[in-house]
Structures are given as structure tokens and as C-alpha cells.
Design a protein around this ligand. Structure first.
Ligand code: FES
Ligand SMILES: [Fe+2]
Length: 314
């Protein structure tokens, strides 16, 4: 429980969120997850398709991640053997003549691409209104295999994303000599910020690079650095519950441009991104959400950002 002054005025946002990386789960495996303040099971059927269901059986409530089995395209409950198809509908009851029509598991729409398993969360189960974007760098042989860094943060998705609309914190928190002056635009479920940024070179000197930060809902922030370097950070933030976020940075660097995540500019960039994240975390974990912030002329577009973010609380 949060103390009253730490409560947050919004529930868990809807949208696409990373629930696994490809390779974290294999065919026939049933994995228990806890996201969105709920419990789920993630599994891969024989055809290779990934599905995410609510963890508890509609019959008598058994947890399908505790002994549930994948049989072909079906998931079978360990308690009385009811079988569910990939839409979540019960299609087999080993000992009944009629299958109760309302017997179905909660299903979260899923998409697996570019090494990420995405699930759509909506508080009332509405179907997706947009799709997660392609992240071609993550599945391109010219780019290095992603290196993941993960944090469990006591905050909310919106607070993390709001940093993009807050260039003024770069000096105080991250020690930048000049705050960046990004151009920020909001379009449907996307928010994009473009700026010139100083990034460290392998020799310790700084170079100028174009930095583009694109949010797709509140679950994915893609940072692309071009110019001096070609680098990518895919920041995937998944709500664990109302007050906790499972955050991950997946780094990939352009090998075709001679970069490596293990040395030189690639390594320095990754190090710098992690350093900045770890400077932001204590701010997020201890701040309150200022509903009526007092802003000044040098602040970024906090108001427009919040208007944009409000679409994710249906
Ligand atoms: S609780 Fe799942 S089949 Fe009975
Ligand atoms: Fe920051």
C-alpha cells in the first residue's frame, strides 16, 4: 500500500507491453507471469505460436502455470483436465457430455516480432486499436544481438515516459552542460522527440549525434542515435502492478558501421544510457505525481505530453 500522498491518479495504462523476449520460453513450456496487477500464463503451442492467458481456470480456479500442459494447440488444466484452445475457449472436458459455453480463459492478444513477445493489456478487455511497431534493428544481421539490462522500478509507466517531455532535467540529473532542445510531436498513440545530442566517443571525447526518441503508447520507447553513431535502445516498460514497472533497455549497435556493444563507442553509449537510467530511478521512486505542476518558460511540453498520455486510460 502506498501512503496517501504517494497515490497516483491513474490506473494501469492500456497498450502493448513486452511480456517476454523470444527464447525465454520454449515450445511446450508454460510460464507463469505477473503483470498488470494480474496473473498470467505464457506458453508456446506446437505450431510455435505464443499465447498469454489469465492464469486461473474458469472451472474451479486452478493456476494453469502450476502443472498445466501444452497438448498440440491446446492448454490443459492440471486440476480436472479441461482443455482450452488458442482463443481461450474450453473445447474439452474429459468427463462431461456438454461443455459450458461460458468456460473460457481471459486471453491477452499477443504478437511476437523482432525478438519481443508483446501483449495487449486493456482493463476491460477491449481489442487492440493499434499494433506495436517493427524494430528492424533487433532482427537485422547488420546489427548486434540485443544486450538487455533490466530494472524493477517503484514508479509508473507515465512517469518514465514523461522524461522525454522534460529536457530541463538533463542538466540537474544527468550533468549535461546544456539541456537539449528537442522538437516534440504527438500523433495518435505516438510521441516523437528529435534533438541534437552530445554522445561520448571511444576516445572519451564527445561527438554530436541526432537522437530520436519515439514512444508507442507508454510501454515502448525507442531511442535511435544516428549521425556520429548508429545505435538503438529499445526501452520496454511493463507494469507489474499499480506501483511497479519492469523496465528493460535492449541495446543494439550497427555492426556494419564497425560498432560493437563490447568496446569503443558502442560500449560507451550503453554505459552512458545505463548511467542516465540509474540517475533517473531515485527521482521516480521518491517523487509524487504533481497534478498541478508549477511550470516555467524553460520547461518542456509537460501539459501536451499529459494530454497525449491520457488516451491510455480509457
Ligand atoms: S479447475 Fe481447471 S479443470 Fe477444474
Ligand atoms: Fe532522465
Amino acid at each position: 500500500m502506498l501512503p496517501k500522498h504517494r497515490e497516483y491518479p491513474f490506473p494501469i495504462p492500456c497498450g502493448w507491453f513486452r511480456v517476454a523476449f523470444t527464447g525465454e520460453i520454449s515450445k511446450g513450456e508454460v510460464k507463469s507471469l505477473e503483470y498488470f496487477g494480474e496473473e498470467q500464463v505464457l506458453f508456446v503451442s506446437d505450431s510455435g505460436e505464443v499465447q498469454l492467458f489469465g492464469a486461473h481456470c474458469p472451472h474451479l480456479g486452478a493456476h494453469l502455470g502450476r502443472g498445466g500442459r501444452v497438448e498440440g494447440e491446446m492448454l490443459r488444466c492440471p486440476f480436472h483436465g479441461w482443455g482450452f484452445d488458442k482463443a481461450g475457449a474450453c473445447i474439452e472436458v474429459p468427463y462431461a457430455k456438454r461443455i459450458p459455453s461460458r468456460a473460457r480463459l481471459r486471453r491477452y492478444p499477443t504478437i511476437e516480432k523482432d525478438g519481443i513477445v508483446w501483449a495487449w493489456y486493456h482493463p476491460t478487455g477491449d481489442e487492440p486499436t493499434w499494433a506495436p511497431p517493427d524494430v528492424p534493428e533487433l532482427s537485422n544481421a547488420d546489427w548486434s544481438a540485443p544486450v538487455h539490462h533490466r530494472w524493477t522500478i517503484r514508479t509508473r509507466n507515465q512517469e518514465i515516459a514523461e522524461n522525454t517531455a522534460d529536457p530541463a532535467h538533463f542538466s540537474a540529473v544527468h550533468g549535461f552542460a546544456d539541456a537539449p532542445a528537442p522538437r516534440i510531436e504527438f500523433l495518435e498513440h505516438c510521441c516523437r522527440s528529435v534533438s541534437e545530442s552530445r554522445v561520448p566517443r571511444a576516445d572519451g571525447e564527445m561527438a554530436t549525434s541526432r537522437l530520436e526518441v519515439s514512444w508507442y503508447g507508454l510501454g515502448l520507447g525507442l531511442v535511435r542515435s544516428t549521425g556520429a553513431f548508429e545505435l538503438l535502445v529499445a526501452g520496454t516498460n511493463t507494469p507489474v502492478d499499480e506501483a511497479t514497472v519492469d523496465a528493460c533497455f535492449s541495446f543494439s549497435v550497427c555492426r556494419a558501421r564497425g560498432l560493437s556493444p563490447d568496446e569503443g563507442a558502442g560500449k560507451a553509449f550503453i554505459h552512458e544510457a545505463i548511467r542516465q537510467m540509474e540517475q533517473d530511478i531515485p527521482i521516480w521512486e521518491n517523487k509524487v505525481f504533481a497534478e498541478r505542476p508549477i511550470l516555467c518558460d524553460g520547461d518542456g511540453p509537460i501539459g501536451p505530453f499529459r494530454d497525449w498520455a491520457s488516451q491510455f486510460y480509457p
